[in-house]
Structures are given as structure tokens and as C-alpha cells.
Design a protein around this ligand. Structure first.
Ligand SMILES: [Zn+2]
Length: 71
């Protein structure tokens, strides 16, 4: 970690409900991204996905997303 986080942090919720992200990944947000919506847009450019599940959103980093696709 380098700079202090300004605004929101969108972190990976892991490949599934029971498993935390092995990398504890978080979206590298652009300097101008201050809201969760903006940060998630940054994440999508890096391959992150956001899934809507009952009650909340689950954010998934590219590593967990590909893990999830493996048989
Ligand atoms: Zn992850």
C-alpha cells in the first residue's frame, strides 16, 4: 500500500460466499473516482465484475473471476 485511500475502496469479496479473496484485492481506483459507482467503473476496466445478490453487491477481482470459471 502506498497512498492513503481517499474516497471509497472496493475490495474483492472472493470467488464464492465462503472464501475470501486470496489476494485481498482491491480496485485500483482512479484519482478522480470518489464514489463506489465510479470506483466500480474503474474496476470493470481492469476486469473486475460486480454481481448483484440479495441484500448487497459482490465485487470480484479478475483472479477470483477466472478461478470461479474453472471446472
Ligand atoms: Zn479476488
Amino acid at each position: 500500500m502506498t497512498a492513503r485511500t481517499i474516497g471509497v475502496e472496493v475490495s474483492c469479496d472472493g470467488p464464492d460466499e465462503q472464501t475470501d479473496c486470496p489476494d485481498s484485492a482491491a480496485v485500483r481506483a482512479a484519482f478522480t473516482s470518489m464514489t463506489a459507482k465510479q470506483v466500480r467503473a474503474d474496476g470493470r476496466e481492469d476486469g473486475w465484475t460486480t454481481r448483484r445478490v440479495p441484500g448487497h453487491l459482490r465485487d470480484m477481482c479478475p483472479a477470483c473471476r477466472s478461478h470461479r470459471l474453472e471446472p
